[in-house]
Design a protein around this ligand. Structure first.
Ligand SMILES: *Cc1c(COP(=O)(O)O)cnc(C)c1O
Length: 394
């Protein structure tokens, strides 16, 4: 079996599992309690905060633990919107290919009276900094643009966007869920005001994440209750999971260069192999993409059937976002980069992990080729394309 869906979630690292189990056994106190059981848990929590902060160049007090990337996105965007509104600013700049945790939060804010500019993403899967700059007005409260896209893996010019936002004195949030632990990040050097992260995308546990918010930015609560997390996120902290996430992040950061070089080589090999399939195309820039991400469109086929047949061959892949599977609409990300409906339907995302081997890559190339040919064999669209009744796009 080959697990090639690391953009959806990752296997926990052994060190992260060990940390979690050890804390569950020995450090079960409530970190808000004053006796030693509690204080020991509090220490583990603060150690995790220091670790996480150090990986992104932040201060520990700028880190708020959440239940994951979605919660961090919601809280960052809502907080910035409220801060803007207090100053009469009700405009937000974002893009068309954000994660649904961002897009759906923005859609709610639009119903509450905010206006949102959704920037186009170019064919290469990249946002242009000058277009971000042009979209900012006197009314802009927030710019929220993802660091790396979860479907096509393209890496956005975050440093340039950060510089523009700082110059224009507009808050800048980035959903860095796909980037953190995989790409170097420094929130100070990159002028990032708020950043969302999720533990399960870098070999930590599911249901963990954090929000970085630069000191001085007043966050508003999504969850009211006790005074945990400086009063900004009520509820007893999941200390074993948080500590485990910190271990996973540190581990990923420490071996990032090595992992990245290894994966880039394997990814390029996979891209080369799949490019040989006729009427196919890589989605997103070939270089400015996550070392783990490969995303293709194959003309004349349907993504869902491709996935089921690959599963039979022992390959776990995705057609894009886990959130859109089960829906008949093609991916909003592929539509955003200009793929037409028919083509966008035939998409495949393979997100490889550090344990991938050259044999795995060869097997994936061979299997995808076989499955695409098989499906095209009884596809009416493919027949029309072959007969010249329809024009090939790819
Ligand atoms: C996975 C993901 C999220 C959601 O994170 P959860 O921890 O699953 O809530 C948000 N944004 C991006 C880009 C993601 O890939």
């Amino acid at each position: 079996m080959i697990y090639a869906d690391n953009a959806a979630t990752t296997k926990m690292s052994q060190a992260a599992i060990d940390k979690m189990v050890s804390l569950m056994n020995d450090t079960y106190g409530n970190p808000s309690s004053l006796y030693r059981f509690g204080q020991k848990a509090k220490e583990a929590l603060e150690e995790a905060r220091e670790t996480v902060a150090s990986v992104i160049g932040a201060e520990p007090r700028e880190i708020l633990f959440t239940s994951g990337g979605s919660e961090a996105d919601n809280q960052a965007i809502r907080s910035a919107a409220l801060l803007g509104k207090e100053k009469g600013k009700t405009h937000i700049v974002s893009t068309k290919f954000e994660h649904h945790a961002v897009l759906h939060t923005l859609a709610k804010l639009e119903k509450e009276g905010f206006t949102v500019t959704y920037l186009d993403v170019h064919e290469d899967g990249l946002v242009r900094p000058e277009e971000v700059e042009a979209a900012i007005t006197e009314e802009t409260a927030l710019v929220t643009i993802m660091y790396a896209n979860n479907e096509i893996g393209t890496i956005q010019p975050i440093s340039e966007i950060g510089r523009i936002c700082r110059e224009k004195k507009v808050l800048f949030h980035t959903d860095a869920v796909q980037a953190i632990g995989h790409l170097p990040i420094n929130v100070v050097e990159q002028n990032i005001d708020m950043l969302s992260a999720s533990g399960h995308k870098f070999h930590g546990p599911k249901g963990t994440g954090f929000l970085y918010a630069r000191k001085g930015i007043k966050l508003s609560n999504l969850i009211e209750g006790g005074a945990q997390e400086r009063g900004k996120r009520a509820g007893t902290e999941n200390v074993p999971a948080i500590a485990s996430m910190a271990v996973a992040l540190k581990e990923a950061a420490d071996k990032m260069e090595q992992t990245s070089a290894y994966l880039t080589e394997k990814r390029n090999k996979l891209i080369d192999g799949l490019s040989k399939i006729e009427h196919s195309a890589l989605n997103g820039d070939a270089e400015k993409r996550l070392p783990s991400n490969v995303n293709f469109c194959f003309e004349g086929i349907e993504g869902e059937s491709l996935l089921l047949l690959l599963d039979e061959k022992g390959i776990a892949a995705s057609s894009g976002s886990a959130c859109t599977s089960g829906s008949l609409d093609p991916s909003h990300v592929l539509l955003a980069i200009g793929r037409v409906h028919d083509v966008a339907h035939g998409s495949l995302r393979l997100s490889i992990g550090e344990d991938v081997t050259d044999e795995d890559i060869d097997y994936m190339v061979k299997s995808v080729g076989e499955v695409v040919a098989y499906l095209r064999g009884f596809s009416p669209i493919w027949r029309d394309l072959q007969a010249g009744k329809k024009q090939f796009i790819l």
